[in-house]
Every structure is written in structure tokens, then in C-alpha cells.
Design a protein around this ligand. Structure first.
Ligand SMILES: *[C@@H]1O[C@H](CO)[C@@H](O)[C@H](O)[C@H]1NC(C)=O
Ligand SMILES: *[C@@H]1O[C@H](CO)[C@@H](O)[C@H](O)[C@H]1NC(C)=O
Ligand SMILES: *[C@@H]1O[C@H](CO)[C@@H](O)[C@H](O)[C@H]1NC(C)=O
Ligand SMILES: *[C@@H]1O[C@H](CO)[C@@H](O)[C@H](O)[C@H]1NC(C)=O
Ligand SMILES: *[C@@H]1O[C@H](CO)[C@@H](O)[C@H](O)[C@H]1NC(C)=O
Ligand SMILES: *[C@@H]1O[C@H](CO)[C@@H](O)[C@H](O)[C@H]1NC(C)=O
Length: 436
């Protein structure tokens, strides 16, 4: 049994909220066309088509009201003449359908959902411009979206397909932008300007580059297995941002001034430079761990951190010169020469409200008067304190929003992803839950 990333998440979502269909994005367009629905073209309980003849029955309709569901043993299928569907168009669970076309369709007010169509190779929605949501899930032989003029779309999800490019899908504002487990997708780029719920790019082609040249703000952002992230205009991350298991060398977010939730940077082997130099406020926790090439971190404008801080690595330089408040715990562990003293002072002044731990190598003094032994070029210093306000043990750094830290690892075939942690389930399930 094979689960795509989203299928597994859907199960997680189901477990959380006992709902059976969490993969469908329910986003309905507010602006629609005014094409009217003739009598006989309205299906209160929806229309289920299992053969082409069922679809031919609606070819006299310019617009159809109600959901259309297509499933079963169709080799090739099409919807002719219909220009608008006031409802969803769902094609699912067919191992025989190879081809589908609906080239007159300009509008689908609900969701265009294609799911589990194992040999679908040709798809054509040549006129489709406005669609509530697009959800393509488990279409392993589909190499192109079949979309060419989509300009309005509230949410989009492409998961477990063979699609290489999002060309032809150009909405300006979306709630969800989720691209995962598409093996051929080596570049994810979009002129999207805002993402109000969640941006996810995970486990696509091994070296997926991510480019959002016009993106101004996004709610949650989550990246796994990408080779670069370029979002040069972004000024705000309204909730969390997470960069995991990726091969990018740098993260450049110089215009971002606030992050509403956690910032997590974890297991990125090639990362050498992180620039969030303009961030003044972090509404969650800060986690920077297992980035083996990263030796310097500075957040020089950062004044307050609402969650906990966990920084672990080979750092020679960790600076947060403006830091005044950390609501959670603070843990810095460095195998390098990072300087603990400013953080120690902050902890003493009560600026760090949770537990404080800092350890790093110390350089032997270069002063001539120093008589440190030559044999130990370096020593290790560990400061720690347990604050009065904290009830937990000093080894506990999980006082707050860092709870979302976890790992998802993709299988070597790239097709499926296994989830190792309950909390990521909850996090990403929440993304889907938020759409219902
Ligand atoms: C999918 O189709 C197969 C037959 O082709 C059927 O046995 C199965 O129940 C269907 N699954 C769903 C979820 O409808
Ligand atoms: C995100 O932040 C931007 C900039 O502060 C703001 O304009 C936008 O309304 C926020 N979006 C959400 C969904 O909160
Ligand atoms: C910080 O942000 C402001 C505007 O938000 C911008 O003018 C400035 O160049 C940014 N600083 C850096 C270091 O990029
Ligand atoms: C960091 O890497 C080590 C060794 O590869 C691994 O055991 C540990 O789980 C990783 N930590 C996180 C938070 O991923
Ligand atoms: C550490 O980083 C700060 C801020 O970027 C910089 O001013 C300083 O020179 C760096 N120190 C070392 C020893 O690299
Ligand atoms: C954003 O991420 C946080 C955890 O990082 C999660 O608690 C929250 O539900 C997410 N929100 C959305 C809208 O996905």
C-alpha cells in the first residue's frame, strides 16, 4: 500500500478531527461568471458520471449547477460546451482513464479535484481561468497540469504527480500553495503575491529550486528538500517558517521585519549563511540545529522572542545585539567559539524568562600575562541557570512554541514520505483543517 505525502497527512487530519475527506480544498470563488443555468442543467444532488454518455447528456448546458463527479472505467472522457460549473468537478479513482478534456470550461466555482488516476496522461482545460481550488493528488503519469490560463484560484495542491512545471497557473493571492512529492518538479516558481494560510514545498525533485519573486507576505512557510529559496521581496512571515533537510547554501530574508511564529532551520547540510537581519520580533521560538556548515548566526535587530531558543552547532559567532526578552528558555550549545557572555548578562538581568544554558569553547587569552597552559588551546565553558519562573528541569528547552520541531523524511524513491513525529502531523494536519 502506497501513500503519498498528502494521503498520509489526510489520515493524520482524519485522526485529529474525525473527518473523512481532508484532502479536498474547499475554497469557493467569490467572483464568478454570470452564465446562467438552463433548466435541466441543475443537479441538486450532483451528477455522477461513469461513462462518456453521462457527460454527453450535459453538453447542451452552457453552465451546470451542482457537483460533477466522474469515476469508473472510462478510457478517454470529455465535457463539451459547458463553460461554467457552479460546484466542484471531481475525477477520481480510475485506473483506466488516460485522457480528459474540458476546453470550453472557463469557471469552476468549487474545487477541481483529480485524485488517484493512475494512467492519466493527457489533460486539457484550455480555457479555465477561474477555479475555487485545484487539487491534483496521486496522478503518477501526468506530466503537465493541462491548465494554461488560470489567473484566479484560492488554493492549490499538487501532490504525487509527474508534473514538472506550474506554468499556466498564475493566481495572485492564494490561501494554500502546497507542492509536494512531485518527482519531476525541479523548479517551483510563481508570481504569487500573498499566501494567507500556508506555503509548503516538500520532497519534490531532489534539487528543487524555489522562486517567488513577487511574494510580499505569507502565513506559514515550510520547505523540505529544496536546493534554493528565493523570496526577495517578502517583508512579513505572519506565522511560522521552517527550512528542513535542504541543500540551499543561503537563506536571504533581509526585508522581513517580523515573524509571527517559530523560525526553524534544521538539518541543512550545505547552509553557510542565514540572513534575517531586519527581524525585530519573533512570535514563536527559534530553532537552529544540525546545519553542519553554519558557523555564524546574527539577528542584530531582534529584540524579543516569544518562545524558546535552541541553537546547536559549530558556531564561532552568535550575535543578537538587540535582544532584550526571551519568554521561553534559552539554550545555546556550540562546538565553536561563540560568545556566551551577552546571553549570560541577559539571563542575569531577567531578560531570559525560562531556563538558560550556554556552552561554547573559550579562546585562551592572548594577553601575555595569561599563564594558561599551552597544551590546552581551548577550554569549554558552560553557563546555566534555572530561573525562578520556570518549573521545569534545566535540560528542558521545550517551554513553548518550538514544539513543532520534528522531522519528515522522504523515502529514497521519492514517492512517499514517512512521518516520524506526531507534532508535524498536527502541524500539517492543521493546514488542511484550516481549509475545512
Ligand atoms: C476505487 O475503484 C475500485 C474499483 O476500480 C473500487 O473497488 C474501490 O472501492 C474504489 N475506491 C474508492 C475509494 O472509491
Ligand atoms: C500578514 O502580514 C502582512 C504585513 O504585516 C499584512 O499586511 C497581512 O494582512 C498579514 N496577513 C495575515 C493573513 O495576517
Ligand atoms: C530593513 O528593512 C527596511 C525596510 O523595511 C529596508 O529599507 C532596509 O534596507 C532593510 N535592511 C536591510 C539590511 O536590508
Ligand atoms: C541531528 O542529527 C543527528 C545525527 O544525524 C540526529 O541524530 C538528530 O536527530 C538530529 N536532530 C534533529 C533535531 O533533527
Ligand atoms: C559576528 O557577527 C557580527 C554580526 O554579523 C559581526 O559584526 C562580527 O564581526 C562577527 N564576529 C566574528 C568574530 O566573526
Ligand atoms: C502554522 O504553523 C504552526 C506551527 O508551526 C501551527 O501551529 C499552525 O496551525 C499553522 N497554521 C496554519 C494556518 O497552517
Amino acid at each position: 500500500m502506497k501513500f503519498g505525502f498528502v494521503s498520509a497527512l489526510a489520515l493524520a487530519g482524519a485522526a485529529v478531527a474525525a473527518t473523512s475527506d481532508t484532502t479536498s480544498l474547499t475554497a469557493t470563488l467569490t467572483s464568478t461568471t454570470s452564465i446562467s443555468v438552463a433548466s435541466g442543467c441543475s443537479f441538486k444532488n450532483g451528477l455522477t458520471a461513469t461513462a462518456q454518455s453521462d457527460l454527453d447528456d450535459i453538453s447542451g448546458c452552457e453552465a451546470v449547477s451542482g457537483d460533477i463527479t466522474i469515476s469508473g472505467d472510462l478510457g478517454s472522457a470529455s465535457i463539451a460546451n459547458v463553460r461554467a460549473i457552479y460546484g466542484d468537478l471531481k475525477i477520481f479513482n480510475s485506473s483506466t482513464i488516460t485522457q480528459f478534456a474540458a476546453d470550453s470550461l472557463t469557471t469552476i466555482t468549487g474545487t477541481l479535484s483529480l485524485e488517484q488516476l493512475t494512467i492519466l496522461t493527457d489533460l486539457s482545460f484550455g480555457s479555465l481561468a477561474s477555479v475555487g481550488a485545484i487539487s491534483y493528488v496521486t496522478l503518477p503519469n501526468l506530466g503537465e497540469t493541462g491548465l494554461s490560463v488560470v489567473t484566479e484560484c484560492n488554493s492549490l495542491l499538487f501532490s504525487d504527480t509527474n508534473i514538472a512545471s506550474l506554468e499556466g497557473v498564475n493566481p495572485t493571492h492564494v490561501e494554500v500553495f502546497n507542492i509536494n512529492n512531485n518527482r519531476e518538479m525541479t523548479s517551483v516558481n510563481s508570481n504569487i503575491e500573498t499566501i494567507s494560510s500556508a506555503l509548503t514545498v516538500a520532497f519534490n525533485g531532489d534539487d528543487t529550486t524555489v522562486e517567488f519573486p513577487d511574494l510580499l507576505w505569507a502565513n506559514n512557510m515550510t520547505f523540505y528538500s529544496v536546493s534554493s529559496v528565493s523570496i526577495p521581496e517578502i517583508v512579513a512571515i505572519n506565522k511560522s517558517a521552517g527550512f528542513f533537510e535542504s541543500s540551499m547554501e543561503e537563506l536571504e530574508f533581509p526585508l522581513v521585519t517580523s515573524i509571527g511564529g517559530d523560525l526553524t532551520i534544521e538539518n541543512n547540510e550545505d547552509l553557510t549563511s542565514v540572513d534575517f537581519s531586519n527581524v525585530t520580533k519573533l512570535g514563536g521560538g527559534l530553532v537552529i540545529v544540525n546545519n553542519t556548515e553554519l558557523s555564524s548566526v546574527s539577528f542584530d535587530e531582534l529584540k524579543s522572542i516569544t518562545g524558546a531558543v535552541t541553537i546547536d552547532g559549530d558556531f564561532d559567532n552568535v550575535t543578537m545585539d538587540s535582544l532584550r526578552t526571551v519568554r521561553g528558555s534559552f539554550e545555546l550549545e556550540s562546538d565553536g567559539y561563540a560568545d556566551c557572555s551577552p546571553f549570560k548578562s541577559l539571563a542575569k538581568n531577567g531578560g531570559i524568562q525560562g531556563d538558560y544554558t550556554c556552552s561554547a569553547k573559550t579562546r585562551s587569552s592572548s594577553k601575555k600575562s595569561s599563564k594558561t597552559s599551552k597544551s590546552s588551546a581551548s577550554a569549554s565553558a558552560t553557563d546555566s541557570s534555572s530561573s525562578a519562573t520556570s518549573s521545569s528541569g534545566s535540560d528542558d528547552s521545550s517551554s513553548s512554541a518550538t514544539g513543532s520541531v520534528s522531522s519528515i523524511s522522504s523515502s529514497s524513491t521519492g514517492g512517499a514520505a514517512s512521518l516520524h513525529s506526531g507534532s508535524i502531523f498536527a502541524t500539517i494536519a492543521a493546514i488542511f483543517m484550516s481549509l475545512l
